[in-house]
Design a protein around this ligand. Structure first.
Ligand code: GN1
Ligand code: MG
Length: 361
């Protein structure tokens, strides 16, 4: 058994560690809260999933460049609470950005943001603030100096490549689960051509790539416990070039869902237009300075695309035998798939109103 306190000691943390306990519910990395004694700050320790992030060096370099750049921007605006408005990596005692333990695991430490909370459900008011914050995040990174950020997971939000992997999984049927779920293959295939249009627009030179967060789930944003104000965007592992509709869409997928991502009761799952509208208003407030008309027009499509992509990804993992996402129960990935498809269908029903709303802004 690894002693987590010993791992923490590899890092330049202040104070004496009192306790290390599990934190949060990410599907990929393992996170721990590191509580220290007295006035020293608390920390977050994470084991980086290096099956998924194969180049940990490039990953940590991205995070460092992104957080340094945002910190500089905030300092120029005389932001007072710098350590609450952007993540701060804590280097190892040797000055490295991560530590490799004897068992081959990769670890990193960052400051814990005091008096913060993450939420799984948003109100329209919170959604407006979140839209502004993710717009701000993209705006602040728009002038990140060269070289481009590394693609920490190649083709991460590329739907053509996701579909290719899905079709391979169907062909291989590794877990022997296909016969029961053939209808899901049809649901995915009947939408596939339309969903690939963004990649085509990019090839035609009509849709640019910009620095995106690429995991704009509601719970990847921290709020102040007392004031409910947005503090900062976290989980920066997938910050990389992509389409802005991706970030818009992933928030819709998670924040504008009445139910849970993996809701067992599909009646709970439907799209919330009020969350969509307030997020769009907030987002366009900060992002309209750099968006092209086509990017704005495609925002509603982004909501469908990201929900579709997540349906494909959960279903692919189900067919493969649950090798990517952590699961809590045997059919978890199938439940997730069904809930995402239900949300997509609800977005499809609301699509005319979604389009109207964006044109009205
Ligand atoms: C993963 O780590 P977490 O739970 O924030 C995944 C996202 C998915 C999400 C689905 C690196 O995010 O892309 O949208 O699960 N991250 C990676 O909930 O694959
Ligand atoms: Mg996360």
């Amino acid at each position: 058994m690894l002693n987590l306190i010993d791992i923490v000691k590899e890092f330049a943390v202040e104070g004496k560690v009192e306790e290390v306990k599990p934190l949060g519910a990410g599907h990929i990395n393992d996170s721990y809260m590191v509580r220290t004694q007295g006035a020293a700050p608390d920390y977050v320790l994470q084991r980086i999933n290096h099956q998924i992030f194969k180049d940990v060096d490039a990953l940590q370099n991205n995070v460092k460049r992104v957080t340094d750049h945002i910190r500089k921007k905030l300092a120029e605006k005389n932001e007072a609470e710098l350590t609450r408005k952007v993540l701060t990596l804590t280097p190892t005692t040797q000055g490295a950005l991560y530590h490799r333990s004897a068992d081959g695991s990769y670890w990193r430490v960052m400051l814990y943001i005091a008096n913060s909370k993450s939420v799984e459900e948003v109100s329209p008011a919170l959604s407006f603030l979140a839209g502004q914050a993710f717009g701000d995040f993209q705006a602040m990174l728009a002038d990140l100096p060269a070289p481009p950020l590394a693609e920490t997971i190649p083709n991460f939000h590329n739907i053509e490549s996701r579909l290719a992997t899905f079709r391979e999984a169907v062909g291989n049927n590794l877990a022997g689960r296909l016969s029961k779920v053939g209808y899901m293959v049809d649901e995915i295939e009947k939408r596939s051509a339309e969903m690939c249009k963004v990649e085509q627009l990019h090839r035609d030179g009509k849709l640019p790539k910009r620095i995106n967060h690429c995991d704009t789930k509601v719970n990847n944003m921290l709020f102040d416990r007392d004031t409910d104000k947005v503090l900062c965007v976290v989980d920066l592992d997938t910050v990389m070039p992509g389409f802005v509709v991706s970030d818009f869409g992933d928030f819709m997928r998670t924040g504008a869902n009445h139910g849970k991502e993996d809701d067992e009761n599909l009646d709970n799952v439907f799209f919330l237009m009020d969350i969509y509208e307030s997020y769009a208003k907030g987002y366009l407030k900060t992002a309209k300075s750099f968006l092209t008309p086509l990017e704005v027009e495609l925002l509603p499509f982004g909501a469908k695309l990201l929900t579709y992509m997540q349906t494909v990804r959960f279903f692919t993992d189900y067919l493969d035998g649950d090798t990517y996402y952590k699961i809590q129960r045997p059919e978890h990935n199938l439940q997730r798939t069904k809930a995402q498809l239900k949300l997509l269908q609800s977005m499809e029903e609301n699509y005319p109103q979604m389009l109207n709303f964006i044109s009205s802004l």
